[in-house]
Design a binder for this molecule. Sequence first.
Ligand SMILES: O=C(O)CCC(=O)C(=O)O
Ligand SMILES: [Fe+2]
Length: 133
Amino acid sequence: MGTIQHTDIGFVTVLVQDDIGGLQVLHQNHWVDVPPTPASLVVNIGDFLQLLSNDKYISVEHRAISNKVGSRLSVASFFGESPWQSSKLYGPITELLSEENPPKYRSTTVKDHTSYLHNRGVDGTSALSRYKI
Ligand SMILES: O=C(O)CCC(=O)C(=O)O
Ligand SMILES: [Fe+2]
């Protein structure tokens, strides 16, 4: 099974992949293969870690494509807040901010961001641009 181009919403995603491959990240406008590495995990930064870290960590656009070699199996564990319950506001972590590193985003909730993404679909622009200061 594959996925369309997207960023992950939460904080971190941990992926266990088989040896078929198919995961790709968008780097400088080109799709780059993430080769399967035995006994390893792939850790993806999500939108909220990018927001919290004030762009120190970037939530990468990625997709999974199926190929002719065979069916692929990938197990994803998403670490984040429940999108449906919490109204907690998240913004750049205060301790990381300074005159040289002012906040780049206003605060938002996981619930708000999730429903925005579901309504917006994929349009190739950063999902976080809506909170840019
Ligand atoms: O199938 C994969 O390897 C990636 C899955 C993924 O990106 C996701 O579930 O968010
Ligand atoms: Fe993903």
